[in-house]
Design a protein around this ligand. Structure first.
Ligand code: NAD
Length: 304
């Protein structure tokens, strides 16, 4: 049976603190894929105990460590990587996923807002590539050769200007540049760098973003139900409910994005490097819907 394997590996997942989100799902996916140790990092660790329980229930022996980290801090990132190497002797995958989305019209966007977005969603992925790769280059008897994978969460906003405000769009586009250049810079180190650009995905992002943007530790454990209600309004405004029969109008579950992150982190994706995978159920390519083609009916099934 073909399966994603992160067997014996040690990694970091950032933005893993929310009760319902891509990072949390990636921790679970990595544990299911046999990872030995996963550092679940966030400003918000309120949901960490339930994550730990969920990982334990998988019974794969994965150790999950909750770690308060502001991803924009070079000092905190380097210090965490050094601690991991001291404790576990190896470092294999870095999922740079933390982010937030506070959308403002241009006249309300301040330079401080803009620069915070740069710190969290542009500088942090750069730190993951730069220092994560140095940690992945450490070898030992168990890991005789430099090797690893960095995955960065970009966004559909990097592919079309209408998905988000200017700051978010700019920094997510920059993520794509970090992926493309990073993959070349690390080619001699046997380290791959890829990105995922999710489309509308059900997560805590609309509930937590104002607190996350402040950069201070916070504690939020909103239920999936509360989160879904907030998202429903946003998805409706975005037109997702206008024609729900269309595949591209669906919202993804966080697991769907996390499974892609786990795949890209693993050797199954050995041939994939320097790529940004748009995981938006086809929404971006369907930008004008059927405006030009005219209505396209569902395909008539074969008569059998
Ligand atoms: N949900 C979507 O529709 C969607 C679409 C495209 C891209 N994304 C991206 O996916 C990633 C994950 O978001 P999600 O949707 O799972 O939301 P989420 O809110 O569930 O998770 C994001 C987490 O990042 C954390 N975070 C923010 N700033 C941080 C910092 N400075 N240091 C440490 N942690 C920090 C937040 O506290 C939060 O827990 C983000 O980068 C987001 O931009 C999400």
């Amino acid at each position: 049976m073909l399966r994603i394997s992160l067997s014996d590996q040690v990694g970091i997942v950032t933005g893993a603190g929310s009760a319902y989100g891509i990072g949390r799902s990636m921790v679970l996916a990595a544990a299911s894929a046999g990872a030995a140790v996963v550092y679940a990092c966030d400003l918000n660790l309120a949901a960490f105990e339930s994550l730990k329980e969920a990982v334990k229930a998988l019974d794969t022996g994965c150790e999950v460590v909750g770690h308060r980290l502001d991803v924009s801090s070079e000092e905190q990132t380097v210090s965490l990587l050094r601690d991991i190497l001291k404790k576990h002797g190896r470092f294999d995958f870095f999922y740079a996923n933390a982010g937030y989305a506070v959308y403002r019209p241009l006249h309300e966007l301040s330079s401080d807002h803009f620069m915070r977005a740069v710190e969290v969603m542009q500088k942090a992925p750069y730190l993951a590539v730069k220092y994560g790769s140095r940690a992945m280059s450490v070898t030992s008897a168990e890991k005789p050769k430099s090797k690893g994978s960095v995955v960065i969460t970009s966004s559909c906003a990097a592919f079309a200007g209408a998905y988000a405000d200017l700051a978010y769009t700019a920094v997510k586009k920059a993520c794509n540049g970090i992926v493309e250049s990073g993959s070349v810079q690390l080619a001699s180190s046997n380290i791959r760098v890829n990105g995922i650009a999710p489309g509308c995905t059900k997560s805590s992002i609309l509930t937590s973003s104002t607190m996350a943007e402040s950069g201070k530790p916070y504690a939020l454990e909103a239920s999936e139900d509360e989160i879904s209600k907030i998202h429903a309004k946003f998805f409706e405004r975005g037109g997702l409910f206008a024609d729900p029969a269309k595949y591209y109008n669906r919202a993804a579950e966080p697991e769907e994005i996390a499974h892609l992150a786990a795949f890209l982190s693993s050797d199954l994706a050995a041939a994939v490097n320097g790529q940004i995978i748009l995981a938006d159920s086809g929404k971006t390519t369907a930008a004008t819907g059927e405006g030009f083609t005219g209505p396209v009916e569902a395909m008539p099934p074969f008569e059998v």
